[in-house]
Design a protein around this ligand. Structure first.
Ligand SMILES: [Zn+2]
Length: 263
C-alpha cells in the first residue's frame, strides 16, 4: 500500500512536469529552469507549485495576475498520478528484477504518450521528438528483455511488437493516402507505428477498436452538441493514446479480457 502511494505521488510530480513539457516543447524553450505564469511571467513560488493541491488552494488562478490556470494542469497531474499508481500496483514487485525494467518502461512510455495526446489536443500536431523517445525506449526494453530471457526470437515481445508496428503503420498509411489527409494526418501514421510497437501484434486489434470506438463516440457527441461541424477535424492522437494505455492495463486488471481476444 505504501508503495502504491509512492507511485501516486511520483506520478503527480511527473504529471506536473509533463504539463510544462507540453508548452516548452511547442516554444522550443529549455526544459530546465523555474516555472512561470504564462500570462504575467511571474515566477511560480515553490508552495504554489504543489501538484493538484495548489490548483485547489489558488482556486485555479495565478496568485499575481489572477488569470485562470488551464484545467489541463490538474487534469494531467491527476491522470498521471492515477496511471503511475495502477502501473505500480499491477506490474511492480520489488523482488523481481525484470519487473523493475517493465515498470520503468511503462512509466516512461505512459508519460510520453500523455504529452503526445495533450499536445495534439492543444496544437493539432504530434511532437516528433517524443515519438522518437518512445520508440527508442520501447525497442531498448524489448531488445534487452529478449537477450535476458533467452526466448526464441519469433515468440518474443520484440518480434510481435515489430509486426504490430508495421501493421498499424501500414493501415494508417492507407487511410491517410486514400483520404488525402482528411481522415488523419501523417503524424498519426508515425504515432500508429509506435503504438503498434508498444502493444504488439494480437493486441493491436482491440487497441484500434477501442481507439476508433472512443473517437466515434466523442465525434458524434460533439456534432450532436454542435460544437464541431462535420468537416472540422478532431485530433486522433488522444484516442490512440487512450487505446494504448487501456490495452496495457486492461489485461492485468481483468484477466478475462485477454481471453476474449485470443487464447
Ligand atoms: Zn500570472
Amino acid at each position: 500500500m505504501l508503495l502504491i502511494i509512492l507511485f501516486l505521488l511520483f506520478g503527480l510530480i511527473i504529471g506536473s512536469f509533463l504539463n510544462v513539457l507540453v508548452y516548452r516543447l511547442k516554444d522550443a524553450e529549455t526544459l530546465l529552469g523555474r516555472s512561470f505564469c504564462r500570462n504575467c511571467k511571474h515566477q511560480i513560488r515553490w508552495y504554489d507549485n504543489v501538484p493538484l493541491v495548489s490548483f485547489l488552494l489558488l482556486r485555479g488562478a495565478c496568485r499575481d495576475c489572477e488569470t485562470k490556470i488551464s484545467w489541463q494542469y490538474p487534469t494531467l497531474e491527476f491522470i498521471t498520478g492515477l496511471l503511475f499508481a495502477l502501473i505500480g500496483y499491477f506490474f511492480f514487485s520489488p523482488e523481481v528484477v525484470s519487473s523493475w525494467m517493465e515498470t520503468g518502461w511503462l512509466l516512461g512510455i505512459v508519460s510520453c504518450l500523455l504529452v503526445i495526446g495533450v499536445y495534439d489536443l492543444r496544437y493539432m500536431e504530434i511532437p516528433l521528438s517524443l515519438l522518437i523517445v518512445s520508440a527508442v525506449l520501447t525497442l531498448s526494453f524489448f531488445v534487452s528483455s529478449f537477450f535476458l530471457s533467452g526466448e526464441a526470437f519469433f515468440s518474443s515481445q520484440l518480434w510481435y511488437g515489430l509486426l504490430g508496428g508495421a501493421v498499424v503503420c501500414g493501415f494508417f498509411f492507407l487511410l491517410v493516402w486514400m483520404s488525402h489527409e482528411t481522415w488523419m494526418g501523417w503524424g498519426d501514421v508515425w504515432l500508429g507505428a509506435v503504438a503498434g510497437l508498444i502493444v504488439g501484434l494480437p493486441l493491436v486489434l482491440p487497441m484500434l477498436t477501442l481507439s476508433f470506438g472512443l473517437g466515434a463516440i466523442v465525434g458524434l457527441l460533439s456534432i450532436a452538441y454542435k460544437k464541431k461541424g462535420l468537416k472540422s477535424q478532431i485530433p486522433f492522437a488522444p484516442f490512440l493514446v487512450a487505446g494504448v494505455i487501456l490495452i496495457l492495463l486492461l489485461p492485468k486488471a481483468f484477466p478475462v479480457f485477454s481471453q476474449l481476444f485470443f487464447l
